[in-house]
Design a protein. Structure first.
Lengths: 119, 188
């Protein structure tokens, strides 16, 4: 049989498609829309792991160092003194600043009427 | 005479239909994505089988294509054709697998004709469709993919060029040569 361009096109059009396995659709759905959400994202797991490792390391240092508790308390109180946090005025202004920042973050600015939401 | 599209409903369906399904999927209607999978699973699997020559690998590549499409659905450009997009994803997944296969086996897979589908095998396959399928399998990979997409997408050369990331002229040349080789194989 000879095949001109049209005959070849017809033969190609009549060629049946390969049939995927019967459970293909179900497997795709299970891997996509029906896939359960992971309890935590990978970066969250890494962050938590880092914190746990850091905490374990600090606990080990504290346990291994004599009088570590007193030293830590002394270092922290020195830091508070240096930063001026022992002063009532500094603490007051800091509280005012934090409150203002929190209040500003709760304000909702209405969008302008000409703005079109992206679909 | 025009080449009829090979897929039952999906590629003849209006683009808006697919767009509506995509929008519904993004809105959280899981059955909408199920409908998209139903529409394109045969075509995507067919492309993977014809490109990879391995049903198990083709299954994985086709599944991977749908998975990637689902994850990237929000980035789908409105107005584009879903078929072109999913075929592109599937073709890339197949290329990755071919590259891996080539790396591990050292075979010259992409441009090599399939030795399993030689003239002897062609003679054994009496049925016309089987002979045509065997002839397609016997084409070098670059021609086989072009003819497979021509089969799936009809005479939409620009869509084929987009999927393969090739210039339009190259697609037409590949198609011309693929048809020449098919004719020779079928009349031999």
């Amino acid at each position: 049989m000879s095949y001109d361009d049209d005959a070849l096109d017809l033969a190609l059009a009549a060629l049946p498609l390969e049939e995927p396995p019967a459970d293909f659709h179900a497997r795709v759905m299970a891997a996509t829309v029906y896939r359960p959400e992971p309890a935590a994202r990978p970066w969250e797991v890494w962050l938590l792991g880092t914190f746990v490792a850091l905490a374990a390391w600090v606990a080990w240092i504290v346990a291994a160092t004599p009088h570590a508790g007193e030293r830590i308390v002394a270092t922290l109180s020195d830091a508070v003194q240096t930063a001026g946090l022992s002063s009532d005025y500094v603490v007051l202004w800091l509280a005012i600043g934090v409150s203002a920042a929190w209040w500003l973050s709760t304000i909702t600015v209405p969008s302008s009427p000409g703005r079109v939401e992206a679909k | 005479m025009g080449l009829a599209l090979a897929v039952d409903s999906p590629l003849t369906a209006p683009v808006e239909d697919d767009q509506a399904l995509i929008a519904a999927t993004l809105a959280g209607r899981s059955e909408a994505f199920g409908e998209l999978v139903s529409r394109y699973q045969r075509a995507v699997y067919h492309l993977a089988v014809r490109t990879l020559h391995d049903r198990t690998e083709a299954e994985d590549a086709a599944q991977e294509a749908f998975l990637k499409a689902y994850r990237a659905l929000a980035t789908f450009r409105p107005g584009a054709k879903f078929s072109t997009w999913i075929f592109t994803i599937c073709y890339r997944a197949c290329c990755d697998r071919l590259a891996k296969r080539k790396r591990f086996s050292g075979e010259e897979l992409p441009d090599r004709a399939d030795s399993a589908a030689g003239p002897e095998l062609l003679a054994e396959r009496s049925d016309e469709a089987e002979r045509l399928r065997a002839a397609i399998d016997g084409l070098p990979e670059k021609y086989r993919t072009v003819i497979t997409l021509y089969h799936l997408q009809g005479k939409q050369y620009e869509e084929i060029a987009t999927v393969l990331n090739l210039p339009l002229g190259t697609v037409k040349t590949h198609l011309f040569r693929a048809k020449e080789q098919l004719r020779k194989a079928l009349t031999a």
